[in-house]
Design a protein around this ligand. Sequence first.
Ligand code: SAM
Length: 284
Amino acid sequence: MSIESGVLYVVATPIGNLGDLTPRAEQILKSVALIAAEDTRHSKPLLHHFGITTPMLAYHEHNERQVMDKLLQRLREGDDIALISDAGTPLISDPGFPLVRACREQGVRVSPVPGVSAAITALSVAGLPTDRFVFEGFPARTQAARLKQFEALQDEQRTIVFYESSHRVLVSLQDIAQAFGADRLVVLARELTKTYETVLVDPVGKLIEQVRQDSMQQKGEFVLLIAGYSRTQEDGLEPQVERVMRILLAEMPVKQAAAIAAKLTGEKKNKLYQQALVWQKESS
Ligand code: SAM
C-alpha cells in the first residue's frame, strides 16, 4: 500500500497586528507535523502567542536548496507541513518558490491559507487606481541600478508597487523624483497595521521634504506606491491655460477652441488640441 503524500500549506501570517492571523491559519499551524519558517526565532513569539507548539525548521534563502530535499521527503512520507515567512504571505518577496515548484513537479499537493500581504494592504488604502497594478519587489540597492529600474518604468500607466526598507526609503524617494519628476504622485505606506501606521500621499518632491523633516517617517517598514503615468497629469496644461481651454470647449468645436486658446495663451495649438481629445475620451 503506498502512503499518500502530505500537503504543503502556504500560510500567511500578520504583517504587524497579531489579530490578523486567520482562525484557519491558527488551526493549520497547530495541526501540521512541521512548520518551515523563514526565521524560527522571529516566528517564536507569534506561535507562543497562539499557543502553537508544532516543531519548527528554518527554511530561508541561504539554506533553501538543502532543506528543500528534507521537506520534500517528509511530505512524500505523508507529513503535512506549513510554510511561513517572517511576515505576510510566503513567496511574495520571501522564500518558498523553489519548494512550491518542486512540490508541483512531484505531485505533492500545495494548498494556500491566505491572509495579509503588505502590497495588497497598502493598495487597499493608498487611494491610487487598483484596477491594474504592477508589483516590483524591492528597488535595487545601488543608485545606478535603482535609477535604471525607475527610468524603465517612467511610462508605466499602472500603479507601481515597491517594498522598501528604512535604510533606503529616502534615497529611493529621491531617485523616484529624478526618474519620474517631482510632481509624480507617490504614496508612502508605513508600519501598516502597527501602532505608528502612517500613509502619506503627495507629489514625490513634497514627500521627500516631509520625510526629511520628520525622522520618524524614515523608521519602520514601507510600501512605496507610484501613480501610473497619465498624459493629463504629466503633460498637463498650466491651470490658467486649462481654464481658458475648458471655457472655449464648452462653446465651440475642439479645433476652433484650440486655435483661439493658442492665440490667447501662447500655448501650442496642437498640444491644446491633443489635450482636449484626452479630456473628451476621459469623459466619454
Ligand atoms: N511576504 C511579505 C508580504 O506578503 O507582505 C513581504 C516580505 S518582504 C521581505 C518585507 C517587506 O514588506 C518590508 O521590507 C516592507 O517593505 C513590507 N512590509 C512588511 N510589513 C509591512 C508593514 N507592516 N507596513 C509596511 N510595509 C510592510
